[in-house]
Design a binder for this molecule. Structure first.
Ligand SMILES: [Cu+2]
Length: 111
């Protein structure tokens, strides 16, 4: 009965070794911006380069998350859909919903 345990141990140590090799991405965090009631929450989000931001649309109609400098653009996010963006470049990125220009947010990406 020890063989499966050995196999599991080997598999686990292989996974750990693999994890060490991808340690840079292993430290990347995931953040969520909820779109609900025609607002982005949080309106200002600070992340680090390499982090991923997911916008989730809880409203019964579509929205976009579109950077003013066009560094990112979700296009239309339908109801209950999400859009993921990996922040590669540092900076402050004001963004808006192109369908509802009063909807504004800022993504701050630090090194
Ligand atoms: Cu909108």
């Amino acid at each position: 009965m020890s063989t499966p345990r050995v196999a599991v141990s080997i598999a686990l140590s292989s996974l750990l070794s693999a994890a060490l090799f991808v340690s840079i991405s292993a430290f990347a965090a995931n953040h969520t911006v909820v779109i609900d009631g025609v607002i982005f929450t949080p309106a200002t989000l600070t992340v680090k380069t390499g982090d991923t931001v997911t916008w989730v649309n809880k409203d019964p109609f579509p929205h976009t998350a579109t950077a003013q400098d066009n560094s990112f653009d979700s296009r239309e996010i339908a109801t209950n859909k999400r859009w993921k963006y990996t922040a590669r470049n540092a900076g402050s990125f004001p963004y808006m919903c192109t369908l509802h220009p009063t909807m504004k947010g800022t993504l701050i990406v630090s090194r």
